[in-house]
Design a protein around this ligand. Structure first.
Ligand code: HEC
Length: 222
């Protein structure tokens, strides 16, 4: 049965589900934009973060890879504003303790250079809901799943003649996001690609919501 012919209660339910999917997408994109894309604050102006993400990770999931003396070296560097001058002692620890997993082509995020480490060192650890989100599952599963659901459940069942084109655009946006994320490996390079991905994902989601809501609620002609 086409979406339009359903009773009003079913169409209301479809509207709620679709808006929930759009809200999840908005939350994920906000996370990506603030966490991955916002340039690290200039240390001289902003000062070191209160809860550095790098130090939080070294206390947490990566604790096994350092000893307390090494953590102190990281801490001194972060509290000094993660400067290039303070980098050499950190660099040797990174080379010995981190690179075998986090070098180019390895584990996310890429931690091969000063430019890779500095943004993570200066980043505030997000709290609350944002603190629970992780970049990898969002890119690999979250965004694709949200768009797959809204496409299969709703867009595919509209009578709109452009739906195939929008389905193709949706697939392209997901593939582009995955590709740029994999190629950048969490490093702050080629940010234009990351912004383009956020923009494309947001656009196809908005377009889907607009098309499906119009299908559900536009009065019939004649
Ligand atoms: C044995 C391999 C290995 C080594 C060595 C290693 N890591 Fe990791 N690192 C990982 C894996 C696997 C993950 C992903 C874990 C996860 O997401 O829960 C990760 C995740 C991270 C993250 C992202 C975590 C987050 O939640 O944002 C950071 C930052 C990090 N490592 C820093 C480091 C630093 C700094 C070192 C060196 C002191 C290091 N790692 C050494 C395997 C390693």
């Amino acid at each position: 049965m086409s979406l339009r012919d359903q009773p009003a209660s079913e169409r209301s339910f479809a509207t709620l589900v679709l808006l929930a999917l759009a809200a999840a997408m908005a939350l994920g994109l906000t996370f990506v934009a603030t966490r991955e894309l916002a340039p690290a604050p200039a240390a001289a102006v902003a000062g070191p973060p209160r809860h550095s993400r790098l130090l939080a990770v070294l206390d947490g999931v990566m604790a096994v890879n350092t000893n307390p003396a090494q953590v102190e070296v990281f801490r001194t560097w972060v509290e000094g504003g993660a400067t290039r001058e303070g980098w050499p002692p950190v660099e040797s620890i990174v080379a010995n303790n981190c690179s075998r997993c986090h070098d180019r082509g390895g584990q996310f995020p890429r931690l091969a250079s000063y430019e890779d480490l500095r943004p993570i060192a200066l980043e505030e650890t997000p709290e609350g809901l944002m603190g629970l989100l992780r970049a990898r599952p969002l890119h690999l599963f979250g965004f694709p799943a949200i768009l797959l659901l809204s496409t299969l459940l709703y867009l595919r069942r509209t009578a709109w003649s452009g739906r195939k084109a929008l389905m193709a655009a949706t697939a392209a946006a997901v593939v582009f996001d995955l590709a740029q994320w994999l190629l950048r490996q969490g490093a702050p390079t080629a940010l234009w690609a990351a912004w383009a991905a956020v923009g494309l994902l947001g656009l196809v989601m908005l377009a889907q919501v607009a098309v499906v809501l119009a299908e559900l609620w536009r009065p019939r002609k004649g």
